[in-house]
Design a protein around this ligand. Structure first.
Ligand SMILES: [Zn+2]
Length: 362
């Protein structure tokens, strides 16, 4: 690849200064205030604080999942980070799902979440384990619109706290393994989530319908659907739901690479039609509590470096013009207008999560 093509994102920037070639050059990466609404960073380490300040970025630290026995640890570290650096680490709580059959389940979860809100939590995460993992006493899968969760959703709506919902999986989970799929790496190494040929599991459509049913039953509950609402293959499906459910928003965490595979004009059209409903996220994970031994400084630095590379690659796609490289593939930058970028990267998150807008990390 020639140097000019390799730096295809920067070349149009240079041309932007020439009259008549381009009306609006891309803003610089550091210039746009950024909020990553989908981050899992569970360690108080200066290397991360310094990185986020330098990038003019803050993360919403998401506790997840609610069934792996680490709820208290995630809650403690998320609160600690929030107290240490409140502007850098607002956090999203989650709740136990394993005790859903107990008669006082909803009341206990509501008390737990109220304590999390008192500690600063801005939203509540629900994970794909509800729908694809959790079963009732008779062995049936518990779907996310199960009435057992209704008092919890109603409480979130009353408290004005969004439900950050990662429900279902990409459609690829239900299809044969495909080396060309952006999800091949995940499903080939996480076969427990690859559901092709496992008819006992609910279908993709059944879980999406259950998610839509939550939106229908709780119209004042703000739902932030993670990973493009697991409809990353279907831009029309995303648009029709955003149209149908005014309380629905989507974020792009770990699905920017899916967007790069759609025709750019169709992705631009989605942003143009719903500029207030799409939020930025990356979905990186740093969970020392799941390791055998604490991470080294070298490993922390490597994670920070990788984060910066990924944040910059995403920005090149959303803000850049012309050819850009994303996830090892050539694609075309969306060149979103500055006003759209400002909403996508921070304005919508500030509004939905009640985060201070006058913040600058630099
Ligand atoms: Zn995640």
């Amino acid at each position: 690849m020639s140097p000019l093509r390799r730096f295809g994102f920067f070349l149009p920037l240079a041309l932007a200064g020439l009259p008549g070639l381009r009306a609006s050059p891309s803003p610089a990466f550091e210039e746009i205030r950024k909020i990553d609404v989908h981050s899992h960073l569970f360690e108080d380490a200066p290397v991360f604080h310094e990185l986020f300040r330098r990038l003019n970025l803050r993360t919403v630290n998401v506790c997840v999942p609610g069934g792996d026995g680490h709820l208290a640890t995630m809650d403690r570290v998320a609160r600690q980070l929030y107290r240490r650096e409140p502007t850098l680490y607002p956090f999203t709580a989650t709740f136990d799902v394993t005790g859903h059959a107990a008669p006082d389940y909803a009341a206990r979860v509501i008390a737990w979440l109220d304590a999390a809100f008192a500690g600063g939590a801005v939203a509540v995460k629900i994970w794909k384990e509800v729908g694809l993992g959790l079963r009732d006493a008779s062995g049936r899968f518990v779907l996310p619109d199960d009435p057992v969760f209704d008092p919890i959703y109603a409480h979130l709506a009353r408290r004005g706290k969004p439900l950050h919902a990662h429900l279902a999986e990409p459609i690829d989970a239900w299809l044969p393994l495909d080396p060309n799929s952006p999800h091949h790496g995940y499903y080939s190494t996480n076969p427990q989530w690859h559901l092709h040929g496992k008819p006992e599991y609910p279908s993709h459509a059944a879980i999406i319908a259950a998610r839509d049913n939550i939106l229908r039953k709780h119209p004042s509950l703000v739902v932030l659907a993670a990973h493009l609402g697991s409809l990353e293959h279907d831009l029309d499906g995303i648009a029709s739901r955003l149209e149908q459910f005014p309380n629905l928003h989507v974020e792009v965490a770990a699905r920017t690479r899916n967007l790069t595979r759609h025709p750019p004009e169709r992705v631009r059209a989605l942003f143009a039609r719903f500029p207030d409903r799409i939020l930025y996220g990356l979905d990186s994970s740093w969970k020392p509590h799941l390791r055998d031994r604490p991470p080294t400084d070298l490993q922390r630095q490597a994670h920070a470096t990788q984060l910066e590379v990924r944040y910059r690659a995403d920005f090149a796609y959303y803000a850049g013009h012309g050819e850009v490289l994303h996830s090892g593939r050539k694609t075309e930058g969306l060149g979103l207008p500055r006003a759209t970028l400002e909403r996508f990267y921070h304005g919508n998150a500030e509004r939905l999560l009640g985060l201070p807008a006058a913040w600058t990390g630099r």
